[in-house]
Design a protein around this ligand. Structure first.
Ligand code: PLP
Length: 378
């Protein structure tokens, strides 16, 4: 009954650990959960108020399936100024989170049998999306030794005559690494030379701690690249489901068709809330995340863990291979014995590692890492 395409897609490996963590919590066990994929701040009050006002004003009907014109204009203006690239509202589609922006764009581009390059470790949904569309996910492996940064030669070696798209994600989930401008320039030049389109997932661009952020969209001047972003991480709006795709006009039009015939517009109230987000200063969240990044790195280092220091996002990929050759076992035992939940690296094509999220309180981070330290020394 079930289609081959969907049958071929693996279930989420993170779910088992999460289910176990939940059931332990329900039994009253004090579990320190370091698996969060979302900021722990409430959505800023002015955004919530804007939603309430939109409701009261009766903005409860369908909108243009690509989004309300004011929001598309605002996004186009914001992206143009931020990245110094001229971008028009027609190039913008307001989507159900960054996730739907990626899917719409891939659906507009990928033909049966096309290769889509994905850099490992990678976010969990790229490959399932590619496979749902009949494409092949071709993985470019990066290593701990190379700080999880791909080389342009590695990418070139992975290219086949069927390579249509490369998906880039910097700042990266799960590693927190941020690619520098020089690498992005080289990748863009290669993509142009080989006629490969770039999907640049920049949903963590607001969380870059060390150097100025280099955006592929900016570096490419918007040429041969689609930008994916969202209000999810930047404004702690994960549940509102508002993201956007900015693409060359032809691709934007094709991606808009995908959205029009699948979900129609993003929830109207959430679109009005997102419009307000442009007026809200979220630097307090950034400061907290940076402090936590520094704290977590210091504690992990003092506890003898090896990891690549993240320059962005809110994750650290901890090397657990020296303690257990199976990261799923490591995470299961860590949860059962020390009551700390991490996501096994295998979920991100990073076996031997575990992802620690610092989107939680400092108190939790201190407690969690202390338990990890005791666990590996037991
Ligand atoms: N891209 C990456 C790398 C992510 O980590 C996530 C969410 O965790 C998304 C995209 C999707 O974000 P959204 O919740 O806006 O759909």
């Amino acid at each position: 009954m079930i289609s081959k395409r969907i049958k071929g897609i693996a279930g989420s490996k993170t779910l088992e650990i999460n289910a176990l963590a939940q059931s332990m919590k329900q039994k009253g066990i004090d579990v320190v959960n370091l698996t969060a994929g979302e900021p722990d701040f409430p959505t800023p009050e002015p955004i919530v108020q804007a939603a309430i006002e939109a409701l009261k004003a009766g903005f409860t009907k369908y909108t243009d399936s690509s989004g309300i014109p004011q929001l598309r204009e605002k996004i186009a203006d914001y992206v143009s100024k931020k990245h110094n690239v001229r971008c028009s509202p027609e190039q913008v589609i307001v989507t159900n989170g960054g996730k739907q922006a990626i899917f719409n764009c891939l659906a507009a581009l990928v033909e049966e049998g096309d290769d889509v390059l994905i850099i490992d470790p990678c976010w969990v949904s790229y490959e399932p999306m590619v496979r749902m569309l009949g494409g092949n996910a071709a993985h470019v492996k990066t290593s701990f030794e190379s700080n999880f940064i791909p080389s342009v030669e590695q990418i070139e070696r992975a290219i086949t005559p069927r390579t249509k798209v490369i998906v880039l994600n910097s700042p990266n989930n799960p590693t927190g690494v941020v690619y520098d401008a020089q690498l992005l320039r080289k990748i863009h030049a290669l993509a142009i030379e080989k006629n490969i389109f770039i999907v640049s997932d920049e949903v963590y661009d607001c969380l870059v701690y060390d150097n100025d952020y280099a955006s592929m969209y900016a570096i490419a001047g918007g040429e041969n690249v689609a930008l994916v972003n969202a209000f999810s991480k930047s404004h702690s709006m994960t549940g509102w489901r508002v993201g956007y795709l900015v693409a060359p006009i032809e691709i934007a039009k094709a991606a808009a068709k995908v959205q029009a015939h699948t979900t129609s517009n993003v929830n109207t109230i959430a679109q009005y809330a997102a419009l307000k987000a442009f007026e809200v200063d979220t630097s307090y969240m950034f400061k907290k995340f940076k402090q936590r990044r520094d704290l977590v790195c210091k504690l992990l280092e003092e506890s003898g863990f090896s990891f690549v220091r993240p320059s962005g996002a809110f994750y650290v990929l901890v090397n657990v291979s020296e303690f257990d050759d199976n990261d799923v076992n490591f995470c299961t035992q860590l949860l059962q014995e020390a009551h700390v939940a991490l996501v096994p690296g295998s979920a991100f094509n990073a076996p031997g590692f575990a992802r620690l999220s610092f989107a939680t309180s400092e108190e939790n981070l201190i407690k969690g890492i202390e338990r990890m330290r005791k666990f590996v020394r037991r």
